[in-house]
Every structure is written in C-alpha cells, then in structure tokens.
Design a protein around this ligand. Structure first.
Ligand code: KG4
Ligand code: ZN
Length: 355
C-alpha cells in the first residue's frame, strides 16, 4: 500500500465537521446491491437492486451474488446520486458494510468504496451490518416525522443471519445481551418455507399466507433456552417431522393447509421472540423497545410487539418496512454518526465474513 494512501486518511482524521454532512453509503453484504445518500441524518435517496437469480436455488448462491453485485454497483450508485440531486463532488465521506456477510459480496462494496474515497480524497467509514440494522431506527425522512428511540434502547434484531437482543447506551455504544445458539429467526422462516415448497426468501410469503390462516391450527414445540438466548433449529426439525407424518396419509396435506401451517409456524416464531424481549425488558428495566432486521418486516411480529408494548407501558419503535431488510440508508445513518465522532477507516480495511 503506497504511503500516500495513509497520509490521506491521516489528514482526514483531523477533519472539522461542518454542516451539511453528505454521506454516500453502500450495502452489499448478501444479495441486495444498495446505495443511499444521507445528508445530516436525512435520506436523500435509497436504492436497492435485488437479485432474482437465487430464487430457484432455495437460498443465496455466493458466487452468483458477487457477480450480480459487480454488475449492479455502478448503476445503483449512479442512480442514488442522481435521485439525491447531488454530484460525486458533494459527498463528504463513503460508508460501506465491512461485514458480517458473504465475502465475495462484501468485497465488491468495499472495493468500490475505497476507489471512490481515494478518487475524491474523502474519508472512508466501515460499518458493521448488524449495527446498521439497529440504527435504522434513527434514519430521518423529510416528509415523515417519526419519534426516534431514547437511550437506553433495547432492540430485537431479527434477520436471515442473526437473532440478537442488543442494548444501546448511545448511537455507537451497543452490547449484545441475547443471541441465537443455532439458526436465526429468518432461517427458520426460510428453511420451513422451503419444506412447504416456497421459493427463497420464504419469510414474506409465509407472512402473506399467515394472514388467511388460523394460528392455533397446529402446535410446534418451543425450545427452552436459558437466559436471553434463542434457538430455532429444533422448531425446523419438528416442523419437518410433522409434515413428513401428515404427508404419509395425505399427499396434499401441505397444499390444503398452507395458510394454517404458515399462521401456526409464524405464531410459534413470534412467541419465541416476544418471550425473550419481554424477559430482557424485565431484567434491564428498559422501556424503549424496538425491532429491526428483515424479519421485523413481518406483519404479525409488528402487530404483536405493539400489543405487548401497550400492555407493558413500553415505547415501541418499528422502522418502516423499507428499512427492515438490507438497505444502504441504514449504513448511511451509521456512517453519519461515525463521521460525527471522527471514526474513519484506513484504506487497508478488509471485509469480514464474521464480526
Ligand atoms: O435483514 P435481511 O434483509 O438480511 C439479512 O441480514 O439476513 O433479512 C432477510 C430475512 C430473510 O430470512 C427473509 O425471509 C426475512 O428476512 N423476511 C421476513 C419478512 N420479510 C423478510 N420474514 C418474515 N416475514 C416477513 N415479512
Ligand atoms: Zn441484514
């Protein structure tokens, strides 16, 4: 690495924050290529280019994902700048997802961010994908005033790869106080959905079918895990055995009971999640409670956390659906707070599959 690259970063560290601060953000950790422009915490643009190529495989194929990111990233950034009505010269810093995620996918975003930052001589800000999901609660929109969480704040982060309870003392001070010991909640949706013949990702489809089903039609075992941790692999196995048993006597069982199966499965996953966030709120005494991550798009979870909050006197925070699944606006808001605290990255920053 030539010495000059580090010099650029060194000079940038001494940057004085003057308003406005305009951040270009990139998110490419999995199968969505996303770019956003954030100014002083407000979204000017947020674009997501999904990848249908994985549908037929029942899950994300890493090699195909990185190729699609490579094809998508330039047009997506170009559109994000245009929609925000800014030029590359208006950007004060580039924020990118460092991990966790698929290495080949992350590499595309990281490399693009470095190139952009070097060309424009602006700071580079690495962002943890999970922190970004949690900070999606702080994304501001000009036409939609929403109360942002106060601190301390407890956030249930539920996505395709993670299920955690995170305690925030401030925007950048977070502690994980609960974690899954095996599968994530999103994986439970996707893997059980695959058993019912749904394409990937099955979560949104199960949500749609569940609306028309009876949540008490079937019962699936809930795990007993100590403390604030979660487990979902047992549910997946019991769902599989249940279907295998039923299909033995009725080959059309899944087709004829899809809505009830979806409603019962979704209800079990929600109960597992709610029990632990209730416990976390009781232990910590915190009443600012939120949900984040792809599974927080689930209509049942959104409804039940609000109901639970009313019963328990919580202030419940639910991000708009567009900021629940992977998006660059959440990376941008995290980048914004890191910018304000002068937390910049060097150009030898590398993507990390696990963090
Ligand atoms: O946060 P995300 O976009 O990516 C990861 O960081 O993993 O989450 C994707 C996950 C997938 O498992 C998907 O099935 C699930 O979020 N998901 C849903 C819904 N929308 C997305 N799960 C249940 N109900 C939904 N409406
Ligand atoms: Zn995610």
């Amino acid at each position: 690495m030539p010495e000059t690259h580090f010099k650029i970063t060194e000079n940038i560290r001494k940057i004085k924050v003057t308003m406005p601060v305009t951040i270009l953000a990139l998110e490419s950790s999995c199968d969505d290529t996303s770019a956003a422009v954030i100014r002083d915490g407000f979204v000017l643009s947020s674009l997501i280019s999904g990848q249908n190529v994985h549908m037929a495989y029942g899950g994300v194929v890493p090699e195909l994902a990185s190729r699609a990111h490579q094809a998508n990233i330039v047009p997506v950034v170009d559109q994000a700048l245009k929609q925000a009505e800014v030029t590359s010269g208006d950007i004060d810093a580039v924020a990118f997802t460092k991990g966790p995620g698929l290495l080949g996918s992350l590499l595309v975003g990281v490399s693009f961010a470095k190139g952009f930052a070097l060309a424009k001589k602006i700071p580079l800000i690495e962002v943890n994908h999970l922190q970004a999901h949690v900070l999606s609660h702080f994304i501001l929109e000009k036409d939609a005033a929403r109360p942002v969480p106060g601190f301390p704040f407890l956030c249930l982060l539920v996505s395709g790869g993670h299920t955690q309870i995170i305690l925030l003392k401030s925007h950048l001070e977070m502690e994980t106080i609960g974690n899954t010991i095996d599968d994530a909640a999103g994986e439970a949706f996707d893997k059980c959905g695959k058993l019912m013949g749904f394409t990937y990702p099955a979560g949104p489809l199960i949500d749609q079918f569940a609306v028309r089903g009876n949540k008490d039609a079937f019962r699936f075992a809930k795990p007993s895990v100590r403390g604030l941790d979660f487990s979902f692999s047992g549910l997946k196995t019991s769902f599989l055995y249940f279907l295998q048993e039923k299909v033995k006597t009725d080959s059309n069982f899944i087709e004829n009971n899809k809505a009830d199966l979806c409603a019962s499965l979704q209800n079990t996953i929600i109960q597992i999640l709610i029990e632990k966030i209730v416990k976390a709120a009781e232990i910590t005494g915190i009443s600012e409670i939120g949900i984040a991550g792809g599974v927080s798009a689930n209509s049942g979870l959104r409804r039940i956390i609000v109901e639970e909050g009313k019963k328990r006197g919580w202030k419940v925070h639910i991000p708009p659906v567009r900021y629940t699944t992977d998006n660059a606006a959440m990376v941008g808001i995290t980048g914004y707070y890191k910018y304000l605290s002068g937390d910049f990255s060097d150009h030898d920053s590398i993507p990390q599959a696990r963090m």
